[in-house]
Ligand binder design. Structure first.
Ligand code: HEC
Ligand code: HEC
Length: 302
């Protein structure tokens, strides 16, 4: 069975492998490994590069670069397995007493906790171990737009993962509090690291604290008409002097409907009852998939 899967994967890689760009790995890699490493590269960009990229000017970095981490974690006789294990242990424990980079802890403060899975970290570490991470400069967020998108998508990912995981393990009802941004540690830590304020607002808010102001309402209206016309929804960046104000769309997928869908159709009675109790002024029901649920409203300093 395993062999079959491996073979199928190999075939897929043979057919599609040539499409992968920017690869600087040695020729020894098997095709299956390449798939894992490509995945690791993507995950690294999404989950770690925001703090560990080398593109940010040295005096503005919020963490050591991947190359600096590699230097501390990899000597000439470190095997890939050792390296992966060490990175996993670090991300799991975040304990200064096992730090291999005490100077970085001093300089940047301890790495904040995020919702990383062991599996993802293994893929990321494999990618770090094998690739020439310094040669790949194009990934770091550079423009304010890219930075805003990185913060929004990073937060969205953690939010989605928490919602999904809790819904699967404990049911929709128990997951209610996980759609509250404040329940997410990563949001706090990103906010601290980047001096960013991360909020979501809506024209039909569930929590009255998330009501859109007049600027946000205008942007929401524009997104809605673009969505109806099938146009791409672009980020909106406003220059506010010392900081940027960033807006980005939040659209629904089928998972959202368990708590934001049509009451008689998608939302279970017990969930509805608890929503009513928690949010008496709830306007965030009646949605279908691929509709505009609200927008990210993120501010960060220049
Ligand atoms: C919000 C910022 C942030 C994110 C996101 C982040 N890190 Fe870090 N990381 C840091 C900072 C700051 C340090 C340096 C201080 C320290 O070592 O704790 C660090 C240090 C490290 C170290 C060296 C630890 C030591 O002291 O020995 C490793 C390994 C590491 N990070 C892995 C990762 C991986 C893997 C990811 C993605 C899954 C990641 N980091 C995401 C901020 C971050
Ligand atoms: C398990 C139930 C649940 C699911 C599933 C869920 N939400 Fe929510 N959502 C809530 C609750 C509860 C709030 C109010 C959070 C608060 O108090 O800040 C909320 C608030 C929001 C807000 C902030 C604006 C407002 O109405 O207060 C947005 C935007 C949002 N959800 C989008 C989504 C999207 C997009 C999805 C699917 C990817 C989703 N939600 C899935 C329960 C859920």
């Amino acid at each position: 069975m395993k062999k079959k899967i491996a073979f199928a994967l190999l075939l897929v890689m043979v057919f599609f492998g040539c499409k992968q760009k920017n690869q600087t790995y040695s020729k020894k890699e098997s095709k299956g490994d390449l798939a894992v490493i490509a995945e690791g590269e993507k995950l690294s960009t999404q989950q770690c590069a925001l703090c560990h990229n080398s593109e940010t000017a040295a005096d503005q970095r919020v963490g050591p670069t991947i190359a600096e981490i590699k230097k501390a974690y990899r000597s000439s006789n470190t095997t890939e397995t050792d390296f992966v294990k060490a990175v996993q242990t670090w991300v799991e424990k975040l304990d200064p007493s096992i730090s291999k980079m005490p100077k970085a802890v001093e300089k940047y403060k301890l790495m904040p906790k995020g919702a990383y899975t062991n599996d993802d970290v293994a893929k990321i570490a494999k990618y770090w171990f094998r690739s020439d991470t310094e040669a790949k400069k194009q990934e770091a967020p550079k423009t304010p737009e890219e930075k805003g998108i990185a913060i929004a998508l990073g937060t969205k990912k953690v939010l989605g993962k928490n919602l999904m995981g809790t819904i699967q393990k404990k049911g929709t009802d128990a997951a209610l509090k996980f759609c509250n941004l404040k329940a997410l540690h990563l949001t706090d830590s990103m906010a601290t690291k980047f001096g960013a304020t991360i909020t979501r607002v809506s024209d039909k808010a569930r929590n009255p604290k998330n009501k859109a102001d007049s600027t946000a309402l205008e942007i929401i209206a524009a997104y809605k008409s673009n969505l109806a016309e099938g146009k791409k929804l672009e980020a909106v960046v406003q220059d506010k002097g010392t900081e940027y104000q960033f807006y980005y769309p939040i659209t629904t997928n089928s998972m959202c409907l368990q708590c934001h869908g049509v009451p008689s159709k998608n939302v279970k009675p017990v969930v509805l009852k608890n929503l009513k109790a928690l949010y008496p002024a709830d306007k965030a029901l009646g949605y279908d998939v691929n509709q505009l649920r609200g927008i990210w409203n993120i501010t960060f300093p220049k």
